[in-house]
Every structure is written in C-alpha cells, then in structure tokens.
Design a protein around this ligand. Sequence first.
Ligand SMILES: C[S@@+](CC[C@H](N)C(=O)[O-])C[C@H]1O[C@@H](n2cnc3c(N)ncnc32)[C@H](O)[C@@H]1O
Length: 243
Amino acid sequence: MDVLSGGGRDRYLLGDSAPELAHLVAQAEVYAAEARQLLDLIGIPTGARAVDVGCGVLGILHLLCERVGPDGRVVGVDREPRMIEAARRVTAERGLVVELAEQDATGLSLPSDSFDLVHERTVLLNVAEPEKVIGEMVRIARRGGVVAVQEPDSANWLCDPPHPAFGTLHQALLAAYRAAGKNFDQGRTIARRLREAGLTQVQVRATARVTRPGEYYHTFLLADVRRTGFVRPGSPVRSGRPE
Ligand SMILES: C[S@@+](CC[C@H](N)C(=O)[O-])C[C@H]1O[C@@H](n2cnc3c(N)ncnc32)[C@H](O)[C@@H]1O
C-alpha cells in the first residue's frame, strides 16, 4: 500500500485545510451526543473551570459552556494557529464565552492544579508522545478533579458483507499514522496510561457503532482517505460499497 505520511512527524496528520476545518465542526456535532453523555456521567457543576485540550475549531467548547454557565470558565487550547483562528470565529458566531490560546499540549502554559475538568478528544492519536499530553492534563487538573479522554480504536471495525476495499482503507489509515510516528488505536491504551500518570478511580466506557448507508460513520474511512490523500492515486483503492 502506498501511503502518504501527511507531513512532518509533529504536524497534525489531517492538516488544517478549509475542508478539514469544516469537517471538524461537522464532526463535533456528530460526536456531541456521546460527549454530552460523558459530561452527564462526570457531573460538572455550574461555575466549574474546564479546559478542552486540542479543541480544534470547536471540540466540546459549546458543551462545556452549557454546563459551567456564566460563572464558570471554559478554556480551549490547540497547537495549530489556524485551528485557534477558526475556533475564535466559530465560538464568536455562537456567542460562546471562551478563552482560546495557541498552546502545545505536551507543554501547556496553564497553571498546575487549576481545572475541575480537563478534557481531550482525538488528540492523543495525533501526537508522537501521548503520555506527555496526559501528564500535562493531570498536572493542570485540581486534586479531586476529572481528566476525561475520548480516543478511537479500530479493533472492532468490521464490514458486513465483506468488501475488500474496507480492509485496504483501514490498513491505509493505520499505516499513515504509523508512518508519522503515531498510533491511531489509542483506545486500548487509555486506562493504562491514566493509571501510569498517577490517576486513581480510572473508568473506561467503550462504544461500538453500527452504521447504515447515509450515516456519517458509514463513509468515515473513505471520506478521510479522500480528504487527506492518505492513499495515492493509482493505488487499488476505489470508491466501492463502503460508501
Ligand atoms: C482530530 S482533531 C480534534 C479536535 C477536537 N478535539 C474535536 O474533537 O473536535 C485533533 C486536534 O488536535 C490538535 N493537536 C494535535 N497535536 C497537538 C498538540 N501537540 N498540542 C495541542 N493540540 C494538538 C490538532 O491541531 C487538532 O485540532
């Protein structure tokens, strides 16, 4: 399989093109239901201080604002300037009161012991040293606070009826992350990483999605490969039944 690396080892593999920025806003809405369930489980009081690490253009900033209310504090940080620029625009359009800053999650300029909730979603798969990000998240969470992590794992990705392109696309995606020194399948590592970072009361909830034609996740693999060019033209991958 001929796979593009997507740039240097430390760049966000999916890039910061206009389609990727638009995709992240749409994806934030698709993910919102699960994120709301997570926030329900955590139970964030109004007035809480919350941060979304690697927030992209929206992440869960809007959901955090709903929870903490006007007396709370919501911070979003991302390493990519265009993400923060777009996040400023999107949050302003939505009338959200958030603090946004360009920061690298492996070395945050946020004070220790200062947030009730520290959240990240799909950032760890995009960094070469996820343990550093978790270390920083733990550092800035207050004692007794919550560190919440949402990461993917492709262990249960199946296609029925089987289609040869599905396996090809799946392997292309994993290989692109590996070639960039990263690992897409973060989900299985999270509980261990959180324990290794010194957290107690670690809880894990796994979600399996069953998709139907027309749904976002049904074409996720193909759309990602098309948007990012992970698979070079001329490779055996063609649009097929997964769509
Ligand atoms: C897949 S996007 C997810 C964005 C957002 N969390 C969401 O769920 O919509 C991954 C984000 O992580 C950011 N990112 C990658 N490496 C980072 C780092 N070292 N520090 C901060 N942000 C980083 C990227 O710029 C990108 O915005």
